[in-house]
Design a protein around this ligand. Structure first.
Ligand SMILES: O=C(CO)[C@@H](O)[C@H](O)COP(=O)(O)O
Ligand SMILES: [Fe+2]
Length: 225
């Protein structure tokens, strides 16, 4: 099933509760929360306090994307704050297996993210520990960037690998530059969860924006068969 996860990075931070309710009413499936530390990525955003503040404003799953070094120090705080899914980057986890196990033990679903320059082979040994693979379709750090087309091949490779290994319930999430057009391309390659920041919050009518991305992604899914 196609799932849409609007990224609040492009929302109005002064009105976060209202913004989240607006996309929930508009048909969002998850709320994507981008956490940046100014070290792993050149930008600073939010922490567990903001997750705790938005939790009462939605019944949707909170999908927390940690773009931070030493994510193991903060996993439990984010889960206590209300995160349902926690995704860490392979590039900052020397003990990836242990970090993914920590996420599951804390009660959240475990995701692992790969930058555009990181091969899917880097996570082959830990597939058993993973509920979601996030393939960055831009270099992480900012909203509003352009989808990198060469990542489409990696989405296909990931889809094939999960099928071959029998991990058919693992979600493939794409993040960065997702809008009508790129959603279809990613869906045709096997993506199941679509993060969109500027393409949703940059539009006055969020329902219309979400409907357009969903229709495009579903057209790609049909093409994949
Ligand atoms: O993780 C990130 C960026 O690092 C994303 O979640 C962005 O927030 C997506 O924004 P758009 O590219 O959709 O505007
Ligand atoms: Fe993200």
């Amino acid at each position: 099933m196609t799932k849409l996860a609007p990224s609040i990075l492009s929302a109005d931070f002064a009105r976060l509760g209202e913004e989240i309710r607006d996309v929930e009413q508009g048909g969002a499936d998850w709320i994507h929360v981008d956490v940046m530390d100014g070290h792993f990525v050149p930008n600073l955003t939010i922490g567990p306090l903001v997750v705790e503040a938005i939790r009462p404003h939605t019944s949707l799953p909170l999908d927390v994307h940690l773009m931070i070094e030493h994510p193991e120090r903060y996993i439990n705080d984010f889960v206590r704050a209300g995160a349902d899914w926690i995704t860490v980057h392979q590039e900052v986890c020397p003990h990836l297996h242990r970090t993914l196990a920590q996420i599951r033990e804390s009660g959240a679903k475990a995701g692992v993210a790969l930058n555009p320059g990181t091969s899917v082979s880097a996570i082959e040994p830990v597939l058993q520990e993973v509920d979601l693979i996030l393939l960055m379709t831009v270099n992480p750090g900012f909203g509003g960037q352009v989808f990198i087309p060469s990542v489409t091949r990696k989405i296909r490779e990931t889809t094939r690998l999960l099928r071959e290994r029998g991990f058919t319930r693992v979600e493939i999430e794409v993040d960065g530059g997702i809008q009508p057009g790129t959603a279809r391309e990613a869906a045709a390659a096997g993506a199941t969860v679509f993060v969109a920041g500027s393409a949703v919050f940059g539009q006055a009518d969020r329902k219309q924006a979400l409907d357009a991305i969903r229709a495009d992604a579903e057209a790609g899914t049909v093409k994949r068969g």
